[in-house]
Design a protein around this ligand. Structure first.
Ligand SMILES: [Zn+2]
Length: 219
């Protein structure tokens, strides 16, 4: 087997959806998901990649991903667990399976540092179900948590930079459902800041991030 090709020319970011997964995405506003800085993607009930938004392509390009990740003809229907380090596969397989079976939201924070940057991500996994066909799937929303900095800043309890989240009126805006906080410099981006949930540095006003708006309040 030849080595996978690293992306050298980043393609124009475009979302992709597998045909048989489209009904599960129903009335979601996929244009709005493309404006989101978070990578948002879908898995079918066999845990194969079935949808990704534009941020997925940007992330793969910025992180020396392989061509197979962004070429829909290769990426769609590929098993996602293959991209996870073998030691962690059983953990994620069991977690994804239980979201599919029990239809309950699951979330998890993980370390995804690159060789030069400390990064933590927070993934929220939302169950999808099409009552007409009884098909199931998963919608995954991956967002950054602060801080994003160079090595060797590694701390188990990272502190976000408040100026990224406090509005000129002095408020934080938190999503009522997933509890992510809205950035003021990029209002389409909502980050996972566990320190702020119990100890917000300013008064909190509540809103809905685009994913929760679409997921919990479909039109
Ligand atoms: Zn939300």
């Amino acid at each position: 087997m030849s080595a996978p090709l690293i992306i050298t020319d980043c393609p124009r970011p475009r979302r992709a959806v597998a045909d048989d997964f489209a009904p599960l995405l129903g009335d979601f506003d996929l244009d709005a998901f493309d404006k989101h800085d978070a990578t948002i993607f879908g898995l079918d009930s066999d845990l194969r990649l079935a949808y990704f938004n534009e941020a997925w392509v940007r992330f793969a390009c910025e992180n020396e991903g392989t061509v197979d990740l962004v070429d829909p003809s290769k990426a769609l229907e590929s098993p996602v667990l293959r991209g996870i380090t073998p030691d962690l596969r059983p953990f994620y397989r069991d977690a994804f399976r239980s979201v599919l079976d029990e239809q309950k939201v699951w979330d998890h924070t993980y370390d995804c540092s690159s060789p030069t940057t400390v990064r933590f991500f927070h993934v929220e996994v939302l169950p999808l179900h099409d009552p007409a066909t009884d098909k199931r799937g998963l919608l995954m929303v991956n967002s950054f948590t602060e801080p994003i900095g160079p090595f060797p800043i590694r701390t188990p309890n990272p502190q976000p930079n408040p100026k990224n989240y406090i509005s000129t009126e002095g408020f934080l805006t938190e999503c009522s459902h997933c509890r992510r906080f809205r950035r003021v410099d990029r209002p389409e981006q909502w980050d996972w800041l566990p320190e702020y949930i119990n100890n917000p540095p300013r008064p909190v006003s509540h809103g809905l991030c685009i994913v929760c708006l679409e997921y919990y309040y479909p039109r």
